[in-house]
Unconditional design. Structure first.
Length: 436
RNA sequence: GUGGGUGUAGCUCAGUUGGUUAGAGUGCCGGGUUGUGGCCCCGGAGGUCGAGGGUUCAAAUCCCUUCACUCACCCCA
């Protein structure tokens, strides 16, 4: 076919779906706002260096899986693969840390990764991000998690579970890492080929392997929680205490790791039993070293990201987010149609969503249209109604009809609003042979 | 990047060992009441069978190439 299609891995979000998106976004705004977060909007394009320095150019993440290209000026630019680095950049660039000791941000929008598309992983995908700077206090961690769980619960997601872990800090994590590597290396023969490679590139990833042999080995491996320094252990203990006090259910998952080095202490994921292997809905953690790594002062930070596509796929299916017209005007004949057209525009100016069609068809076809559009009311205007300046208004839900006058659009708009809100008595039934 | 699966009507899919005019459901349009929707009944429109090439008297069907979609692997910020 000769049609131009969208770019691979990029998806249109059609009007039938956008209602769900807005519901998610509005809910996020409302809840985040009550926790004192403020919205920040950042560019989708950044200098590649921001991500390579933030994420660490150790792996092929940077080289292979980012949307990177060269600008005409010769700069290497990258479509943001995540939001945290950009938010940190904006935070430092505008010296926001000098305006307030604690800054709380949220943002939402598209991210880009040049991976092969698969279920729930597109090249353009969407995240809701939250970042809090300036507090290393475990109460901040707990409050953040409370907010996250509240948000997901508010959306009605089933089977949610919060998993937490501590990843230690530069004082204790390297020690642990050494011990793990030594342990895994000793059992190298039991590892799968992938994990033997990971041992050199990213040893902690072995914990995520699904392979039988690897799993058996991993369960006997040293646990980070046993290796925490006193400060990290205290932080984690406080976090758990506050979560309990806040009635936020959680489980400790000592095997949860993060690939990136800048993560410190608290790491968490929210999973759902409603999905298969890819069950993480949200994830995040504390990244106290990141601001310094990006050239700023040492400011503690913690945040999370929520995958919106996955979230939306989990929304209860029976919820209906469609926005329906309030009124359909069925006009019969040219004169009536002209009058109806002007009336419909007047009503729209008064905030009444009104639909009509311009092609000349029978009333039955009009009624079907009104039904199809899900209109609450249908106003029927023919020559008689035009002459009398009053017309039958049919309630498409209850089936009854009442007579309304057509002389004053403003008055009619008010009347329709009141009918819709059921502030006026129900319409009479039996105007026609329709209510058996 | 590697491997598997699938491409037929707007959508979901049938289509036999290659054989005449490619089907169903749903949706769309119309009729069943010359002015009353939903349920039901009837009718209609709608397809370069993803694209290109090959084999054959004959290809949606077999072969090759390519593209797209999809699932998994790798990786996961």
């Amino acid at each position: 076919m000769g049609l131009i299609t969208s770019v691979r891995g990029f998806k249109d979000i059609l009007p039938d779906e956008t209602g769900r998106w807005r519901h998610v976004e509005n809910t996020a705004r409302r809840i985040f706002s009550s926790f004192g977060l403020r919205e920040i909007r950042i560019p989708i394009l950044e200098k590649t260096e921001l991500f390579s320095r933030g994420i660490g150019d150790t792996t092929d993440i940077v080289e292979k899986e980012m949307y990177t290209f060269e600008d005409r000026g010769g700069d290497s630019l990258t479509l943001r693969p995540e939001a945290t680095a950009s938010i940190v950049r904006a935070y430092l660039e505008h010296h926001l840390h000098q305006h307030e000791t604690v800054s709380k941000f949220y943002t939402m929008g598209p991210m880009f990764r040049r991976e092969r598309p698969q279920k729930g992983r597109y090249r353009q995908f969407h995240q809701i991000n939250v970042e809090i700077f300036g507090s290393a206090d475990p109460r901040t961690d707990a409050e953040l998690l409370l907010m996250l769980v509240l948000f997901l619960g508010e959306l009605g997601l089933p089977g949610l579970q919060l998993e937490i872990n501590s990843l230690g800090c530069p004082a204790c994590r390297p020690v642990f890492k050494e011990r793990v590597i030594a342990f895994l290396d000793a059992g190298r023969d039991d590892l799968c080929a992938d994990c033997r490679r990971r041992l050199d590139t990213n040893p902690l990833r072995v914990f995520d392997c699904k392979n039988e042999g690897c799993r058996r080995l991993v369960v006997k491996a040293p646990v980070i929680l046993d290796s925490l320094c006193d400060e990290c252990a205290a932080h984690f203990a406080d976090l758990k205490r506050y979560l309990e006090a806040l009635d936020v259910p959680f489980v400790v998952n000592g095997g949860m790791v993060r690939g990136l080095d800048y993560y410190r202490r608290t790491a968490f994921e929210v999973t759902t039993t409603a999905l298969g292997a890819q069950n993480a809905v949200a994830g995040g953690g504390r990244y106290d070293g990141l601001t310094e790594q990006l050239g700023g002062p040492d400011i503690p930070g913690i945040g999370f990201a929520i995958g919106v596509e996955r979230l939306i796929s989990l929304l209860p299916a029976d919820e209906d987010f469609a926005e329906r017209p309030l009124l359909y005007i069925a006009a019969l004949g040219n004169e009536a149609a002209d009058f109806a057209y002007l009336l419909s525009c007047s009503l729209k100016k008064h905030g009444i969503r009104t639909e009509m069609d311009f092609d000349d068809r029978g009333l039955k076809s009009r009624m079907k249209r009104a039904d199809k559009l899900g209109c609450r009311f249908t106003l029927i205007i023919g020559d008689d109604e035009l002459a009398r300046k009053e017309a039958p208004l049919r309630d498409m839900i209850e089936g009854g009809q009442r007579t309304v006058t057509l002389t004053d659009p403003a008055e009619l708009a008010l009347e329709l609003g009141r009918y819709a809100a059921n502030e006026l008595p129900a319409a009479r039934h039996g105007n026609n042979n329709d209510n058996q």
